[in-house]
Design a protein around this ligand. Sequence first.
Ligand code: PEP
Ligand code: MG
Length: 595
Amino acid sequence: MKSPGSRKRKLPSEYLKMEIKKGIAVSPGIAIARSLVIDSEDYRIPKRSVLPSAKISEVKRVRDAFKKAVKELEKFSSGEEIAEGNIKDIFAVHQRFLKDKNLRKKITDLVYNELLTAEYAVSITLRDIANHFASVQDKYISERAADIYDIEKRLLRHLVGGKRDDAEHINREVVIVAHELSPTQTASFDRKFIKGLATDAGGRTSHTAIVARSLGIPAVVGLEDVTGNIAPTATVIVDGNRGVVIIDPDEPTLKEYRQHAIEFERLERELDTLRDMDAVTRDGVAIELYGNIEFPYEAEMVLDKGGQGIGLYRTEFLYLYSQTEPTEEDHYKAYSEVIRIFGNRPIIIRTMDLGADKFTQSKRFTQERNPFLGLRSIRFCLQNLVLFKTQLRAILRASVDGDVRIMFPLISSLHEVRQAKMILHDVMEDLDEDGIKYNPNMPVGIMIETPSAALTASILAGESDFFSIGTNDLIQYTLAVDRGNERVSTLYSGADPAVVNLLRSVIHDANKAKISASICGEMASEPEYIMLLLGLGFRIFSLAPPMIPEIKKLVRSVTVESCNIIARKALSMNSEREIVNYIRSAAMKVLPEVF
Ligand code: PEP
Ligand code: MG
């Protein structure tokens, strides 16, 4: 990826030339609309420069922002605004920091000498300081990093506040263009107006991509520098099928894409007619198709698209979406809503998968050197029992209202499964004492997302009622490739022989232990993998709701016998390229219109 600094600011006349950018297609469909360029939720500012003639006014913007921030903080220390003792002290420290002349000079020098925007100079300087604090061993000092982020935000609010586009209050159709979007931001967009997404960063299974797919918003990520190349309200085409974004398209291109959009909608309507048909192969093998959801309201879409239940309910979004910690009642209400829609059909609630890319509000600034290998997911829950038990209580209460099943994410050892189950039993005892009903036989499953879990599946099966394979993480950990990093996205593949072999071994161990193993990672949404997965022996898939009809059509077009041959052949191949080309061409022969 080019560093943002290598971008040159464009002249206004240059914006009008059509520009085609290639990224990673993560959510299908065609969107054509005006762009809305936004900064990320935590105000990460792309590197942009100012013209030499503008440097003096830009320096003035920095000074004004400092003045406004100091004044704002004065309100707290003077008692004009209500602030508790501790908070007052903190704000007094922030104020002193903002009054530091050296700090201001460092920032204004960057603007004046390097021609950087005020926003970028503030951001880069304060993040440097924050990172330095965070790396210090002393806990007191490292925790001060959060204060610096806070100061950065305050300054940026004054700098970009007025001009900042607010994606939550849009009232016209737009394509959102951003460096990166948090899952929460993506989820809070009003589907009515957000026609497409285009981001510099991200990979196929990054959470923005997953949410975009669930909401059916065409999206292309990993475009590297789309934010640096776009005028604020340019016309943009997002081709979520081919991973292409076109800025300022010319008339013939626009015409061509309008036609593609009509064609895509026609195909969607045709696929929707499969809604009430069974997902059964041509040789009569029944396949179960479930939906993945992040929010209760998505359950309707799963039903609409013909899903048989919820195979993965990502409950951490309850945390990510709100400023405060959800209560037991918040959990219970969310689960009840899904149960209301699905009645007695299966709903697999995954306990929260917080940490790494899905951090909590309160832990947000606790820096970890390797967050993906750190205190995330079930590990986080096992160390935060109050939070964990609150959720378990709500799930257990909901278990008497429908076919609720529970699943623990990111299991990496038998010990973890036992610990999690022990806590579940503790909560059951608490409910007994309180005279509250629950289903004591609620199935308890685990996600297979780490190589260690995959390799010890035969052992873990002894403690699990079912497995669900999270291929997004399993691929990441098996191949040591960050799933959200566009710079290594070409190395991230479910067709790698290492991944294919692990999948085969898990389904083999599950079958032997007579428990089910489904796939709930994004591989199950990708038509090119379905024949391979069927051939490996998988019969249950849980996927992004809009993809259910397409996958059903594919299932109905193949025989398990032919899939077995494909899997055997793929397993004999030595390289990812060979396998990908082979399974793609096999799937294309069966269903050319989907590709
Ligand atoms: C996975 O890792 O494949 C998965 C389904 O979980 P998530 O994408 O939420 O990490
Ligand atoms: Mg996962």
